[in-house]
Design a protein around this ligand. Sequence first.
Ligand code: ACO
Length: 431
Amino acid sequence: MAENNKTAKLSFDGKELELPMLSPTAGPDVIDIRKLYAQGDVFTYDPGFTSTAATDSSITFIDGDKGELLHRGYPIDQLAEKSHFLEVCYLLLYGDLPSAEQLEDFESRVTNHTMLHEQMVYFYRGFRRDAHPMAIMVGVVGAMSAFYHDSTDINDPWQREVASIRLIAKMPTIAAWAYKFSIGQPFVYPRNDLDYASNFLRMCFAVPAEEYEVNPILSRAMDRIFTLHADHEQNASTSTVRLASSSGANPFACIAAGIACLWGPAHGGANQACLEMLREIGTPDRIPEFIARAKDKDDPFRLMGFGHRVYKNFDPRARVMKKSADEVLDLLGIDNNPTLQVAKELEKIAIEDPYFAERKLYPNVDFYSGIILDAMGFPTSMFTPIFSLARTVGWISQWKEMIADPTMKIGRPRQLYIGAPMRDYVDVEDR
Ligand code: ACO
């Protein structure tokens, strides 16, 4: 971020303020309003942060009009094609692609932290058997602050590093165990000879009674899902993590806050909601009925998996996900999957419909991810936990960037108060 020679002039109430402007390495210039209140005695009003940059960051860049997503400058489609999740984790965390030795060292550090503290088993057992795996994730990740107290001092760079590795390493075990608990099967412990995605699949689908062979194509597809969800700039859950950590809260508590935010159907919960919607539509002939509902202002229904706050073009992750869905269904011999037929037809009809075209509503990453996860054997309740597992590295990278910034301030938005002006208390008998 560099201060350029440009300024923005703001006039109101007979005052004139000259505000500095800052230039990013990519994307639009920003007007620096940090001194606006001190100099002009006014706030800005921007609910939903539609025009507000809440931070500077050098991790991820999105050009929503072009449908472009870059991690540390590298396009997501190249990373999804040529790289793999743990290498992308390294890239997000440390800023550059690793050398062969750096990658080996990083992978070994992650692999050696995959087990959970054995007492966490009792923590799991305290949940109701039918608990949603996301509810378990929020609780267990928050509880890590109690189990790993030796890595909660955010002012110690070594503890920050240990907490980061622990979170990335343990998240597959935490998510897989949330699943195992919810279906009444015994926990499967991690195996360090397997890669990250294969280990997760095994912890979800193996049972002690028989050996489980990981299919390499499914493991590659799983790894690609992780890669495509790894980070996404200042979205709602990442901003939640940043806001929570701006008070100095420990990393496990902050990531638990991110998971809670991700759960909502307008964000990470959309993949579950999308597959449920596709199933509810059932057959292509019912699509017009649902399109009509999505357009009806009096109906709260929205087409799940469509639209995005930033992308006003095809979500680049959706393109890769669509290709991956075709590969996985082909491998599994599911060529006439009715949900996929509905998805393909719905995409075609919606894209051609002027309502969606005018509002630039295109399929987002969640539109196809559910189809792949369903084909792999995951229930819909596991879709969002898998998203949180993958997004953990993004949250942590953003958290580390923020904590390391000496100018970091507690996040404290202001408001436009529209309540009652000051009035005197009236005793109850006089009301
Ligand atoms: N179906 C129908 N109409 C829609 C949809 C949709 N999915 N999304 C937006 N619109 C319409 C709105 O009704 C609004 O129309 P109007 O201008 O006539 O009032 C217009 O498009 C703009 O919508 P906003 O809600 O202002 O857009 P915003 O940027 O706030 O919302 C969001 C983005 C939340 C993602 C929204 O598109 C949505 O709810 N989509 C469905 C849920 C979903 O798929 N979420 C996943 C996001 S990706 C992720 O988190 C990984």
